[in-house]
Design a protein around this ligand. Structure first.
Ligand code: UDP
Ligand code: MG
Length: 335
């Protein structure tokens, strides 16, 4: 039985059959060239295409490839979480499967982590010209407003390409938060960190698995996880509405006293509609937070694991092999 690897490379994959061969042919030489023991943890996020078959085929020739399969599509963040829960390495790198995050950077990340003795090394996108203008625009607005609202200290343009120490991964795994957005959770830990810039490349094959709906979900999860500002915004809106109502009341009383009662239909409609909209907005904001509380109270796992190739291999080897690294490998509460 081999000892735990130094490095785990966690890769979430959702219907990535098109990019899988390209990804493997680029990652493998990099990983082999690191000169350290490693495992590549491919997390098949409930793909419905040939990703699972492809992974099994590649695994036959690449013993360091370990395959996790989730029972159903759980989403990018949950897929990474599944990998983090199960990774064995002293360092864990997470990167996308579509080669937008260059695997070659892993070597530098590891070097920086070891030399500067930091817990986290962020990959920071210095050039996003390969992303669409829409993606860049929304991303900029997203990071700006997150920093304004929550002051998370997250580096703008640091996505989910990062290296984390074992201590960081354990800390993250101990936060069983609903809808956890790792790119903000990790900096919020405040562990010593460094950053390495890289050029965001074009998706090598296939199409984006992040439709607008998922982007919106990620934004709402990020904001509500780190900031109460929207709730306060609702309060301020309510206050402003109250002041306006008072002024209107004064005016109404004056108009009545002066005996020129206004026809008043327009103003009534405007006030009713305006207040209605503000109330709905405030309710909606409240609902997001109540929803988070609800989800947290339900404490449903964010993913369900169907298969871990390492576990399957150990089972085949018999009970003796299972004694090793039981502690780290024990199913976590969220598994
Ligand atoms: N992904 C996933 N589950 C999902 C959506 C995406 O595991 O439900 C993976 C996907 O396979 C890829 C990474 O998350 O490795 C980033 O997705 P994508 O490249 O489609 O997002 P984009 O770069 O367009 O924002
Ligand atoms: Mg991508």
């Amino acid at each position: 039985m081999p000892s735990p690897p130094l490095l785990s490379i966690v890769v979430p994959m959702f219907n990535e059959e098109a990019v899988l061969p390209l990804f493997v042919s680029r990652l493998r030489p990099v990983a082999d060239g690191l000169g350290v023991s490693y495992e590549v943890l491919a997390v098949d996020d409930g793909s419905s295409d040939a990703t699972a078959v492809g992974l099994q085929r590649i695994r036959r020739e690449w013993s360091q490839l370990r395959v996790l399969r989730l029972r159903a599509n759980a989403g990018h963040q949950a897929a990474i979480s599944a990998g983090l829960d199960r990774a064995l390495g002293d360092y864990v790198v997470t990167l996308d499967a579509d080669l937008q995050d260059p695997p070659e950077l892993i070597a530098e990340m590891l070097r920086v982590a070891q030399q500067q003795r930091v817990d986290v090394v962020y990959g920071v996108r210095s050039d996003r010209s390969s992303d669409s203008a829409f993606k860049r625009g929304t991303a900029r607005a997203f990071y700006r407003s997150m920093n304004a609202l929550a002051g998370t200290g997250a580096l703008s343009h640091a996505g989910d390409f990062r290296l984390m120490s074992r201590a960081t991964v354990d800390a993250v795994n101990a936060l069983p938060e609903y809808g956890r957005v790792l790119r903000f959770v990790v900096p919020a830990l405040g562990f010593p960190s460094a950053a390495v810039p890289y050029r965001r490349e074009e998706r090598a094959a296939g199409s984006s698995k992040y439709p607008l709906s998922k982007m919106l979900r990620l934004s709402v999860d990020s904001v509500t996880a780190f900031s109460l500002a929207p709730l306060r915004f609702a309060t301020y809106l309510g206050l402003a509405g109250g002041v306006l109502a008072l002024l209107l009341l004064v005016y109404a009383l004056y108009a009545r006293a002066a005996d020129h009662v206004v026809a008043g239909w327009t103003s009534t409609v405007v006030v009713v509609a305006g207040m209605g909209a503000v109330q709905l907005l405030a309710l909606g904001i409240l609902g997001e937070y109540v929803g988070r509380l609800y989800a947290a109270a339900q404490a449903r796992p964010s993913y369900y694991l169907a298969y871990d190739s390492l576990e399957a291999a150990r089972r085949r080897e018999g009970v003796a092999g299972r004694e090793e690294f039981t502690e780290r490998d024990a199913p976590s509460p969220s598994a």
